[in-house]
Write a protein that binds this ligand. Structure first.
Ligand SMILES: [Mg+2]
Length: 326
């Protein structure tokens, strides 16, 4: 059955109402009700994705749902916030049937349990164009504990979580690149592109230390550039210290010229943190507590712009604009 044959109310009742939390009132009222705790601030972010632009129409709907949710959770983490709720608006073409919607809702359901969030409401409409999926995530942070992009200072060290460049390589593989790569490496890189891992635990934990923070969506160099611009500082990053996954290291071993591109490629959804030099011990303790690598990759200086350098300090020329979409 095509999704629009179900009608809007049936579509909401069947696929979205089961995802609603107590504040969503069963998606039966005019609006949701949210309690605000004293001494906390709500942190709100939204992202929309379009079929054929941000994902492929034949991508598995479970994975489309998870990526849509997780990119928003990553933005909350980058402010130091814990996720609480979300709103969802879908504009779907008639040819997306109930099987697609069921898969989409299942992906949301799995991630709701995993990240401890629930649906508050939204809208569900039909369109004659491509599918448009828009999600608004709401989190909370202790007032004054939020971490913005504009607080980096000269002398801060720059840290990044996890590994960088995997999503860029995953997209390259989907486009036919590196056909000889071993299947376990292929699966891990494509997985990193399709379903990012938002650092929802790290963000709130590091918020007491970080001077500035951003999540890596446009690319490590471009996003560090956003911190530098808003903070009025410069940054220098040593390429050799940018952390790579085992799969990325295999690719770089055979294609060394790709390495600077990994620092520019987007969609990593790792957290990039500028923190004072004296906090290295605390950051190392966080890393072992979370079982998540946190790597020092460079430092903040006076000036402007981001320089990528080799181990001798020579500037490596590269295109700093990440690119993300199909
Ligand atoms: Mg962001």
């Amino acid at each position: 059955m095509a999704a629009d044959e179900l009608g809007e109310f049936e579509r909401i009742r069947r696929f979205f109402a089961p995802l609603a939390g107590p504040g969503g009132l069963g998606l039966l009222d005019d609006a949701a009700l949210v309690d605000c705790r004293a001494g906390r601030r709500l942190v709100v972010t939204a992202d929309a994705i379009v079929a054929g632009v941000h994902y492929l129409s034949d991508d598995p709907p479970e994975l489309v749902a998870k990526k849509l949710l997780r990119v928003n959770l990553s933005d909350l983490a980058a402010m130091g916030a814990r996720p609480l709720h979300y709103l969802l608006t879908t504009a779907l073409p008639a040819e997306l049937g109930s099987a697609w919607l069921a898969g989409f809702a299942q992906g949301l359901d799995e991630d709701q349990r995993r990240f401890g969030i629930d649906l508050l409401g939204g809208d569900s409409v039909s369109t004659t164009g491509p599918a448009v999926l828009s999600l608004t995530a709401i989190g909370e942070v202790g007032a004054g504990m939020e971490v913005r992009r504009n607080g980096a200072r000269s002398g801060d060290l720059v840290w990044v979580s996890g590994t960088i460049g995997d999503a860029f390589l995953g997209l390259s593989l989907l486009r036919g690149g590196y056909p000889g790569l071993a299947s376990e490496h292929r699966a891990s890189l494509i997985g990193r592109f399709r379903v990012p891992e938002p650092r929802t635990e790290l963000g709130p934990l590091v918020s007491g230390i970080a001077h500035a923070m951003i999540d890596v969506s446009d690319g490590l160099l471009a996003d560090l550039g956003h911190i530098c611009e808003t903070s009025g500082v410069a940054a220098v990053i040593e390429l050799a210290s940018v952390p790579l996954s085992p799969a990325a290291r295999v690719i770089v071993a055979g294609d060394p010229d790709i390495q600077p591109r990994l620092a520019a490629g987007g969609d990593d959804y790792e957290l990039l943190v500028a923190a004072p030099g004296g906090s290295s011990g605390a950051i190392a303790a966080m890393s072992s507590r979370l079982g998540l690598p946190l790597t020092m990759i460079g430092k903040i200086e006076a000036g402007s712009g981001v320089r990528l350098v080799d181990t001798d300090g020579r500037v490596i020329p590269c295109d700093k604009t990440g690119y993300r979409h199909f």
